[in-house]
Design a protein around this ligand. Structure first.
Ligand code: GLC
Length: 419
């Protein structure tokens, strides 16, 4: 009798397309802002229903730095709490020992994604994450206010500064007392590393450590870049930015309280939401140039499977589903998450929802990578030393020249003989 029932249940499952797999409960970590939860959660649930599994959402800390710290604690404890993990583009070399090689599951699907991201996610021949969305720093601006003052999106940092001052003074004089010229994330964490890499690269100051592993940060262009940014604090940018993450900057901009914002593509969809006070008033441009040209930092996230998961097969299947073209397209349209599949940049619906994805394609393909691959396991220490130095300059505790000199010394200690 019991045997028969089991057989009937198994037949029913098979008929429903569950292919005899055991029902699993999986936990996925995929971002913490409202859009992340919506545009990850609903698709993960869809996959669960289709495959007879239950998927739970885990909301990681908003700061990528805090997120990594918590994950490393979980890995140290070999915790099976999270099965599918969203990992930052700068993490593969740092947490490589705790992730499953997805090659066996991807069956070549990674070949449809940007090769540079696949290469970034491949460590010691293992594919540690499927590309999920890519990021590059962008300049968001208030089209309506620039028009009102006869201004265009700035091409250089000097133009940005001048426009910010002009519009800020006029808005304040008109009674908009707390209006700001420029907001960006500048608290002491990975997000500041991203901004400061952009400043330094746009002044021709390199990438902290070059591809060959040489420490290059101690140079006058890097110092000039940091000094230039420091001059914005308390003039066109509130000193509060020293404690801002991305969502803090977005809060100010989206409330109509800033002319310019540096942020990632996700901010676009939110700015165009039905209840957004700035809907229809926003433009997107490449970040302005310093003496060395324009630069955007490469960001982005991958989906990985924890080695300590009790359901590796199901987790890998979920990763493949989420990273596929269908979900990437829906996430691009609904949440302006930049796809990692080049073909989607030709998709009419993706481009209609996100004109900047087509117009600024070269910003995404030419973005500057942080020195994570070359510094491997030591990247978090390198980045921390760099954001601390940048923060000191922004706070006027140090000037650019002294800060990059000290930073070079610190990085030498971190490197010792090799990365
Ligand atoms: C974005 C980027 C990520 C970066 C982080 C910094 O999430 O995609 O690569 O590390 O911002 O805050």
């Amino acid at each position: 009798m019991t045997k028969n029932l089991t057989r009937i249940a198994a037949a029913a499952l098979l008929a429903a397309g569950f292919a005899g797999a055991q029902a699993a409960t999986l936990t996925i970590s995929c971002g913490s802002n409202a859009a992340d939860v919506e545009f990850c959660g609903k698709f993960a649930e869809e996959w669960g229903k289709k495959n007879g599994h239950t998927v739970k959402m885990y909301s990681p800390p908003a700061s990528t730095t805090d997120n990594l710290a918590l994950l490393r604690q979980q890995f140290a404890a070999k915790s099976a709490d999270i099965d599918v993990i969203m990992i930052d583009v700068v993490w593969p070399g740092v947490i490589k020992d705790h992730l499953v090689d997805l090659k066996k599951y991807s069956k070549g699907a990674e070949g449809k994604h940007f090769p540079a991201i696949v290469a970034n996610n491949t460590v010691d021949g293992k594919l540690l994450g499927m590309p999920w969305f890519t990021d590059a720093g962008l300049l968001f601006y208030r089209k309506d206010l620039l028009d009102k003052h006869g201004l265009k999106a700035p091409e250089t940092w000097d133009q940005l500064s001048a426009a910010a001052k002009k519009v800020m003074d006029a808005e304040r004089a008109a009674g908009n007392a707390d209006f700001q010229g420029f907001v960006f994330q500048a608290k002491a964490y990975e997000g500041l590393t991203c901004d400061a890499v952009e400043w330094v690269a746009s002044f021709g100051g390199g990438t902290i450590v070059d591809k060959a592993g040489n420490i290059t940060i101690n140079n006058p262009n890097a110092a000039k870049a940091l000094d230039t940014a420091a001059a914005w604090i308390g003039t066109i940018a509130p000193s509060g930015v020293l404690n801002y993450g991305e969502e803090d900057a977005r809060g100010v901009f989206q409330n109509g309280k800033a002319l310019f914002m540096r942020n990632w593509p996700y901010a676009w969809a939110l700015s165009q939401a039905a209840d957004s006070p700035i809907k229809g008033k926003v433009g997107v441009a490449p970040l302005p140039a310093g003496s060395g040209g324009k630069a955007a930092t490469l960001g982005g996230w991958q989906l990985a499977v924890s080695k300590y998961s009790k359901n590796v097969d199901a987790a890998a299947d979920l990763v493949m589903f989420m990273a596929g073209a269908d979900i990437q397209k829906k996430r691009a349209i609904g949440g302006s998450y930049n796809p990692t599949i080049p073909d989607l940049y030709k998709d009419k619906e993706v481009l209609a929802a996100n004109p900047f994805m087509g117009q600024l394609l070269d910003v995404f393909t030419g973005a500057v990578a942080r020195p994570a691959t070359v510094t491997g396991l030591k990247y978090p220490e390198v980045s921390r030393a760099f954001w601390d130095a940048a923060h000191d300059v922004l706070e006027k505790k140090s000037n650019g020249t002294d800060a990059v000199k000290r930073l070079e010394g610190k990085l030498k200690q971190v490197k010792r003989d090799k990365w």
